[in-house]
Design a protein around this ligand. Structure first.
Ligand SMILES: [Zn+2]
Length: 311
């Protein structure tokens, strides 16, 4: 078990971030059906779930929090919305009156890397603004209501916030003429990144520890310690956080299993997808918990939670 844990700790990030994205590139380069990319995504979620059993950050995060049903709906909605965005690309290209400036003659891997760098900047800025402006925070708070880290939580987004991400993050690329295959590989890279970023796996990143916006760096972003989590907004890298002055490599204290969520909303409706859709419209940032959630929900609490700050 010790050997298996050591292998998992060191192999997890390279296999998912490099290996699975390389598999996606190989599928597209070989001209295979794009449907195979869905299999790569399933592999990412499957490997995360296995690795979480072998080398968890917190055992309690692996236990049910009554959120699996809602999170599964989130994952399906997230991926279908991404796919719809990609399918809009030919329409956008047809509607734009100019020829695209996208360097389609560059090697596919370079085109995908360029798309990732641009999208990383845009996603980081949307994320940063989402923590600064209450109207955006209402939507983004659905993502922060999660009481634990595990493979599926990265895809928990309010659809309106995801739309904002896509408009700011990928529309400029679409207007520049990004081809469908690059958009699909960018979407795959974003999804894999979200799985890695939020999975409950204690993994090693070696010299990349402070340059990739995953692992403990992203866990700190999810703490319910007042404003202390308002840092580390990056999706792929910490470059833009360093530029914004919001890069915090170390938490001020150890992050416990019950330290995640929104401090003023301890009864976030984690078990109901529909209630999470409504949440931004009943939640008033800074005014405490919405009245409708101020009693314990009926769908149960997971172990390790801090539902009442005094407990
Ligand atoms: Zn956030």
């Amino acid at each position: 078990m010790q050997v298996l844990r050591a292998v998992t700790r060191y192999a997890y990030a390279p296999v998912l971030v490099l290996g699975l994205n390389a598999a996606g590139l190989a599928i597209v380069a070989a001209g295979l059906h794009y449907g195979w990319l869905a299999l790569v995504l399933f592999a990412a979620v499957g490997l995360a779930f296995v690795a979480e059993r072998i080398s968890p950050c917190h055992q309690a995060w692996n236990n049910s929090h009554g959120d699996e049903g809602a999170n599964t709906v989130h994952a399906i909605v997230y991926e279908m919305s991404s796919l719809n965005g990609v399918m809009l690309l030919p329409v956008i290209a047809w509607l734009t009156p100019w020829d695209g400036i996208w360097p389609t003659h560059w090697p596919l891997v370079v085109q995908v890397l360029m798309a990732i760098v641009v999208a990383d900047f845009a996603f980081t800025m949307v994320h940063y603004w989402s923590h600064r402006y209450p109207i955006l925070w209402r939507l983004h708070a659905v993502h922060h209501g999660v009481p634990r880290m595990y493979g599926f939580n990265g895809l928990v987004r309010h659809p309106l916030h995801q739309t904002l991400d896509m408009v700011v993050g990928t529309l400029p690329l679409a207007l520049a003429g990004m081809p469908v295959e690059v958009a699909l590989l960018l979407g795959l890279a974003v999804s894999i990144q979200l799985v890695v970023q939020h999975s409950n796996v204690d993994y090693e990143l070696g010299p990349f520890r402070n340059w990739m916006s995953i692992g403990k760096i992203h866990h700190l972003h999810h703490v319910n310690w007042g404003k202390e989590g308002d840092c580390n907004f990056g999706l792929f890298t910490t470059l833009w956080d360093r530029m914004l002055g919001t890069f915090h490599p170390e938490p001020p204290r150890a992050i416990g299993a019950g330290d995640l969520g929104i401090d003023e909303v301890p009864h976030f409706p984690r078990g109901s997808y529909v209630e999470q859709l409504v949440f931004p419209f009943v939640y008033e940032p800074g005014k405490g918990e919405p009245v409708r959630y101020s009693h314990p929900p009926t769908h149960g609490h997971g172990p390790g939670d801090r539902l009442h700050p005094a407990e």
